[in-house]
Design a protein around this ligand. Structure first.
Ligand code: ADP
Ligand code: MG
Length: 811
């Protein structure tokens, strides 16, 4: 029985599918014979239209026609009510796209798949990945694996290239998202070593720049005013964007074109023909390409590959068809891999290959020859293999009639040894496969008399290529602490599934039966400070559920677990209370509240102007330029913030932009502190070195020597956030090893005792200190531990405001 291995690129703008049936990947065409199906859905009554058919109604029936819903995945948001008052979730709409794709696969192969690999953007966070799994379920798929899109692209480009030992960059510019990913292929394993990107950069921005150009031309040619963002002109704007997009696509293959404009502006007919050549378009879209390249350079620099270390680039996505993008990427980054492949189907093909490599596939009923063979083998072999001589093992599971006694696997020009089956009907042999392609072997058996006997399966195929490691976590995940920092549980790049548990302490006291509660915010992101990471979930300890008072300083065991599908489970347990809080994590992307955004905007204005004064005073040209840029960016956002911001998509984009500016401003604010941080880093480094040498284990030493390299880079680069992170890591390793020292508890006790005046319960604290001093005098330092811990629980931590900690109640 052959398996149908299916890969689905469920794109924001376009979707595509590819199958692998045994020899190679094959892109599945839709009903119109096209490789790409627009991710657009129109629902009227019980009639559903998907793709180009639905696209036609974007203009005339906007209320029932939905697009770009992938952006809302995992937000919990529904579409605006349609003409019958119904609202749809992005998962439901994605499911409709998936169903249409499955229809096409069924039409091509004759059987409907129940399993698939679906790709998701590298920057998808957990809630969005989870929503994708839900959409798949709604579409009737009962098993799916999610794979980051760039991994899929690299996989499919890597499969046809000899790439071992190199570093590649996947440059995926889609309709509205940009992903840059660094991959390395080593030991037959394709690994993603870094991601960067922008969820709001893509071909649509080029359309917008071109549409703005068209508006300027029309305004001057016809003495009119067109407010393209005015909701009253929604239809007109859509038409303009459509024209702009088509012209852009034509200019990928033609040197020049004409935009034929035919618009109705408040009852007035505007007709025009605007000639446009490729160079003009290239100039218009330069900012988009610059931004994408900037992100790539940032990623390369982060991995020390900015000076010629990169070997290849893989171009992915519709805009990769533009000659200027191919040129600039080749010139400014690295030569292209998989140059002749279609950049718009690479992702789906990679997903299909991945399906093969993990053995995920549905039974292809129609292609199955009816089970007439009397002898059936159960065979075990790798679907994809990086060596050229894989092992094939097997056993007879049913026999009828003449029983096979020998087995041989053959292909054109080669045959395996003739192996005699054991008494149980088992065998083991090696086969020789052809490099960089699928090799199909025929299974040949003979009975004791030497006569041929028929067996199932009749053939097997093995692909030579790189295998993929487990899908990595695209963004680090952790818990926001009450001191404003993040405790990272799972680092970016961790292979999934993964699970990690840490023990933290509570910072407030909760009395049973009261209405108090304590938050454990779960955040995702790469920044050391919690406020710059996104909250993706929350565990709540409610006072009402407690059996006895929960004192500040109580231990809480928190564990986070992420499966291959991006589903996160979290739980907190309070051993002292015998209480377990489970799955309370709500994976919802927080809505970007307009009022809060306006307040942030104002405070940023202020902070930027303070920085500007300083930069002018110090004649720091670099900073002046940066601030000028931020100021400009902020004013652009300011204009949009005064609008209605009806669309969640716009709000999310502005929200992210604000967070980005805020992070940059903070970076500048901190620049003044860099020297101080460097000094601190140096002294923490020496402390840690001392502790590790004195009390560290073999593992501590290894960790420390890895950290040493990072310290050197961080000192050289002098970036505040990076230094902060390193300092924290140094402190962590220092603490961990210092804890093993004989003086630890007596030192800790002395320090806690010196803060006696801050204790919440002075009388009790005083008693503890007296008792501790006695123990110290008698030299009973091991007993000091309990005393010190009790003392800690009476002392306040140095905590930050709720805003900076996502209102965290743990430390
Ligand atoms: P997504 O990954 O977001 O689904 P795609 O990779 O399908 O997106 O890219 C869609 C974008 O590619 C659209 O903006 C579309 O205008 C653009 N595009 C498609 N074909 C071409 C082409 N031949 N030249 C330039 N841009 C193209
Ligand atoms: Mg895409």
């Amino acid at each position: 029985m052959t398996k149908l291995h299916l890969g689905i690129d469920l794109g924001t703008t376009n979707s595509a599918t590819a199958i692998f049936t045994g020899e190679q990947t094959q892109v599945v065409p839709n009903k119109r014979g096209q490789a790409n199906t627009p991710s657009i859905v129109r629902i009227t009554g019980d009639k559903v239209m998907v793709g180009d058919r639905a696209r036609k109604f974007l203009d005339s029936d906007a209320i029932n026609t939905h697009r770009e819903f992938k952006r809302l995945m995992g937000t919990g948001k529904l579409t605006a009510p349609d003409s019958s008052g119904k609202q749809w979730s992005p998962e439901q709409l994605s499911a409709e796209v998936l169903k249409a794709l499955l229809d096409d696969v069924e039409a091509t192969t004759g059987s409907r798949p129940s399993q698939a690999v679906i790709t998701v953007p590298a920057l998808f966070e957990l809630p969005q990945s989870k929503a994708t799994s839900e959409a798949a379920q709604l579409a009737g798929l009962d098993k799916v694996e999610l794979l980051p899109e760039p991994v899929a692209s690299a996989f499919s480009a890597g499969w046809s290239e000899d790439s071992v030992g190199q570093s590649w960059l996947v440059f995926d510019l889609g309709g509205g998202t940009f992903d840059a990913s660094l991959v390395e292929a080593r030991d037959g394993l394709l690994r993603v070593i870094g991601h960067d990107g922008d969820n709001f950069l893509g071909g649509r921005d080029i359309d917008r720049l071109l549409a703005d150009w068209v508006v300027r031309q029309l305004e001057s040619n016809h003495q009119i005013q067109i407010a393209i963002d005015d909701p009253a002109h929604k239809g007109l704007a859509a038409k303009l964007y459509g024209e702009a997009e088509q012209a852009k696509i034509r200019l990928s293959t033609q040197a020049s074109t004409v935009l034929e404009i035919d618009l109705d502006l408040d009852g007035r007919e505007i007709i025009d023909e605007l000639p446009l050549n490729r160079q003009e378009l290239e100039m218009l879209c330069e900012p988009v390409i610059n931004r994408a390249l900037e992100i790539c350079r940032r990623l390369l620099a982060e991995h020390g590959l900015d000076e010629g270390g990169l070997d290849r680039t893989v171009l992915v996505g519709g805009p990769a068809n533009m000659p200027v993008i191919r040129q600039r990427v080749t010139n400014e980054l690295a030569p292209l891999a998989a140059e002749n492949r279609d950049p718009m189907t690479l992702v789906a093909e990679g997903a299909a290959l991945y399906a093969v490599s993990i053995g995920l596939g549905s039974d292809n009923d129609s292609a199955t020859p009816t089970d007439t063979a009397e002898n059936k083998f159960w065979l075990q072999y790798p679907n994809v293999c990086s060596e050229l001589d894989p092992t094939v093992m097997g056993r007879l599971v049913s026999t009828e009639g003449s029983k096979p006694s020998t087995i041989q696997l053959t292909r054109d020009g080669w045959e395996s040894e003739k192996v005699t089956l054991t008494e149980e009907g088992a065998f083991l042999t090696t086969v020789s496969i052809l490099p960089s392609k699928a090799t199909r072997f025929t299974v040949q058996c003979r009975d004791a008399s030497g006569a041929k006997v028929s067996v199932t399966p009749q053939t097997i195929s093995i692909v030579h290529g790189l295998t993929l490691s487990d899908p990595p976590l695209s963004r680090s995940i952790g818990v926001a602490l009450a001191n404003g920092y993040v405790k990272t549980f799972l680092e970016r790049g961790t292979p999934l599934p993964a699970r990690r548990t840490f023990s933290q302490s509570t910072v407030d006291t909760l009395m049973p039966g009261s209405d108090g509660e304590l938050n454990i915010p779960i955040v995702q992101g790469e920044r050391a400070k919690a406020r710059y990471c996104r909250r993706v979930g929350n565990l709540v300890i409610r006072a009402a559920e407690l059996k006895k008072p929960l004192h500040a300083g109580s231990r809480v065991e928190i564990s986070l677990e992420v499966d291959r599908g991006g589903n996160m489970k979290s739980q907190a347990s309070l051993p002292d209370q015998n209480l377990l809080i489970k799955g309370v994590a709500e994976l919802v992307i927080p809505s970007a509240d307009p009022q809060a955004m306006r307040a942030t905007w104002q405070s940023l204005q202020r902070r930027i102007s303070i920085q500007q004064q300083g930069a002018f005073r110090e004649r720091n040209e670099d900073a002046v330029r940066k601030l000028e840029h931020q100021q400009q960016h902020l004013s652009e956002i300011g204009i949009q913030l005064t609008g209605t911001m009806e669309c969640e998509d716009t709000r999310q984009r502005l929200y992210r932009n604000l967070l980005e500016i805020e992070a940059e401003v903070e970076e500048l604010e901190q620049r003044g502190q860099v020297d101080e941080l460097k000094e601190q880093c140096e002294s923490e480094y020496l402390n840690a070195q001392y502790s590790v040498l004195q009390w560290g284990s073999e593992i501590d030493r290894r960790l420390f020597s890895e950290l040493e390299k990072k310290v050197a880079t961080a000192m050289e680069r002098g970036r505040a956030t990076e230094l902060e992170r390193i300092i924290e890591q140094l402190q962590r390793i220092n603490n961990a090893t210092y804890r093993k020292s004989p003086e630890f508890w007596s030192d800790q006790f002395q320090y806690a005792a010196s803060r006696l005046h801050q204790a919440t319960n002075m009388r009790r604290a005083k008693l503890l200190v007296d008792k501790g001093r006695d123990l110290l005098e008698q030299g009973k330092t091991e007993e000091l531990r309990g005393i010190t811990q009790s003392l800690w629980s009476l002392l306040p931590e140095n905590m930050r405001s709720a805003e900076e900690t996502h209102d965290s109640g743990v430390f």
